[in-house]
Design a protein around this ligand. Structure first.
Ligand SMILES: [Zn+2]
Length: 571
């Protein structure tokens, strides 16, 4: 608070404006301004001074605010930039996969063959682990699910019945401006333009089924399957009878599919030969209630792009729960249950950024009454990684018509004979593979190398064993450990080169644990395990290794199994 003081100096009167301030716990008065020689003048100058000071203060606050906001803006920009930088782009990922032995171009020595890829030594391990996780989660852990593996080529009438010969078409187009060939949906003809803004030149409709010939004499046209679903529909009654399943139950399958894509693109994302993991879940149409819905399904938070939003030409996502989607009548209970289960499975692989896109009526497949895409944010955009369709009774009814066989079963609960309706969750396994790698890829500035942070259960190599002292006795212990661990897992053994180089190589391919054998291994039968993500180490007994590794693969923290050790000097 400012106040006026009068001072007498050499007989004259002088006015000053002073103010008390608290400094270091003491109150001190300081002079703010000289106010002149009369009281009247002093009062006027005080008013002016305080008004001016208020103005300056406000300006300073505004200025500070602007600087702060600018800082925040930069922070957000930097964050977005950083996220973009972290996300490896698709060409870099293609090169990385080739360099490390995950994925090669098919027929590389002939310049490759568009739309076909080979799994390399590490790729096949990761791929098998993803399939294993899928099978475990959706088949073994579920009460009413069994698996099959149907043939890739089936009776040609299969595809007549399913509608694939009549309807499984894309329209091939070439951009008049940039000359890029691509495919569009039949419903998009005349409505869409190329990304470059150019008009499309329509080249015609092409069926996506791969045709082949079966047999030498009286050979017949047949098709490589375009989806795994039909095998499960055709075997539906045999599976039900042999496994003695009652409705509702499901049949699951993971296998190769073939589509003669007009324009394969984005590495593994759109290829001509790929794996689908899907299941057909059969329900009595009268069974409206899903007995398996729990709070973890109903309360599951998701981001959804509604059909209505898309019809209005907008793309913003809405946050909601699976329970709310049910209340809004977007889907039925069994459909909601499996949608939630799909998202929960992705979450269990660390893929937590799944977005749901509701299909508009105009884009529903010929067999479906409601479909949702599950999208993942890849480096080339948000794209479909999985889907879930309500196929109703379409397929079983079609096969009844085509084959003349009754595809009905007897439902013990409702005491009636019926054709079940079907909910079909589908996963593009290569797309899951791509998402796992995109998410895992990390360039560590401090360690100056790539650290592939793949979840332990999916890692191609679970552990690497290194003797770090030269000598036969150390190699012998290391080899015994390797032999023992290999009974359960894929284990690497590397006895040469600098330790730093051996660590870096394993970080790069996502090996979560590196086990080092040193003098203590001889003395007290212990080894150290180094954790990939933080390069910290823990000392454990050799006898406990298998149990510890098993626990860590099941999601437990490595550092609860032993003493953290500082072995920096050994690095
Ligand atoms: Zn173009």
């Amino acid at each position: 608070m400012a106040f006026i003081v009068k001072k007498k100096i050499n007989g004259g009167e002088y006015y000053y404006l002073r103010e008390s301030r608290r400094e270091n716990g003491k109150i001190r008065a300081i002079t703010l301004a000289y106010l002149g020689k009369t009281k009247k003048e002093a009062e006027k100058k005080t008013r002016d001074f305080l008004k001016n000071r208020e103005k300056i203060k406000n300006e300073e606050i505004i200025k500070e605010k602007m600087v702060e906001e600018k800082k925040q803006e930069i922070k957000v920009d930097e964050k977005l930039e950083a996220e973009k930088k972290i996300k490896i782009n698709i060409d870099e990922l293609t090169n990385f996969c080739k360099r490390e032995g995950f994925i090669f171009r098919s027929s590389d020595i002939y310049g490759g063959f568009s739309g076909f890829w080979d799994y390399g030594p590490l790729g096949i391990e990761l791929f098998n682990n993803i399939k294993k996780e899928w099978w475990n989660y959706f088949v073994h852990q579920k009460e009413n699910m069994v698996g099959i593996d149907a043939s890739i080529i089936s009776h040609p009438r299969t595809w007549q019945a399913s509608g694939h010969i009549a309807n499984f078409n894309d329209v091939a187009v070439v951009c008049k401006k940039c000359k890029q060939a691509t495919k569009i949906d039949k419903t998009e003809v005349g409505k869409v333009k190329c990304e470059c803004g150019g008009e499309y030149d329509v080249k015609g409709e092409f069926n996506l089924m791969f045709k082949t010939r079966v047999g030498a004499i009286d050979s017949a046209d047949a098709y490589l399957r375009g989806e795994t679903a039909q095998g499960m529909f055709m075997d539906f009654r045999l599976v039900q009878q042999t496994s003695r399943k009652q409705l509702p139950f499901g049949i699951a399958q993971i296998g190769k599919c073939f589509r003669n894509e007009i324009a394969p693109r984005d590495f593994l994302f759109r290829s001509r030969e790929f794996h689908i993991g899907e299941f057909e879940f059969f329900i009595n149409p009268e069974e409206k209630k899903c007995s398996l819905l729990e709070e973890k399904h109903l309360g599951l938070r998701i981001k959804i792009l509604d059909a209505e939003t898309q019809i209005e030409g907008r793309t913003e996502l809405r946050e909601t729960t699976v329970g709310n989607m049910l209340k809004e009548n977007k889907l039925e209970e069994w459909h909601a249950y499996w949608l939630a289960e799909q998202v929960l499975w992705f979450n269990s692989l660390g893929l937590t950024e799944i977005k749901i896109r509701e299909h508009m009526k105009s884009e529903l497949s010929h067999y479906s009454s409601a479909t949702f895409d599950l999208d993942y944010e890849y480096s080339f955009g948000s794209r479909e990684i999985a889907g879930i369709a309500n196929r109703g009774q379409y397929d079983l009814t079609q096969h009844t018509k085509e084959s003349g066989e009754k595809m009905e079963i007897f439902d013990e609960k409702y005491k009636n004979k019926l054709i079940p309706k079907v909910i079909e969750p589908t996963f593009g396994i290569e797309r899951v593979f791509l998402a796992v790698l995109t998410k895992a890829y990390n360039f560590d500035e401090k360690r100056q190398n790539v650290i592939l942070k793949i979840p332990t259960k999916l890692a191609p190599v679970k552990a690497a064993v290194f003797p770090i002292i030269k000598g036969e006795e150390y190699e012998k212990i290391s080899e015994e450990i390797v032999r023992d661990l290999r009974k359960e897992w894929n284990i690497a053994y590397d006895k040469s080169g600098s330790l730093g180089r051996r660590y870096a190589r394993n970080d790069e391919i996502g090996t979560p644990m590196c086990i080092t054998v040193d003098e203590d291994s001889l003395k007290d039968k212990s080894v150290t395990i180094r954790w990939r993500d933080n390069a910290e180490q823990v000392k454990v007994k050799i006898d406990n290794l298998r149990e510890i590794i098993r626990s860590v693969i099941n999601g437990e923290d490595l550092f609860k199994f032993g003493k953290r050790v500082n072995t920096r000097k050994k690095d």
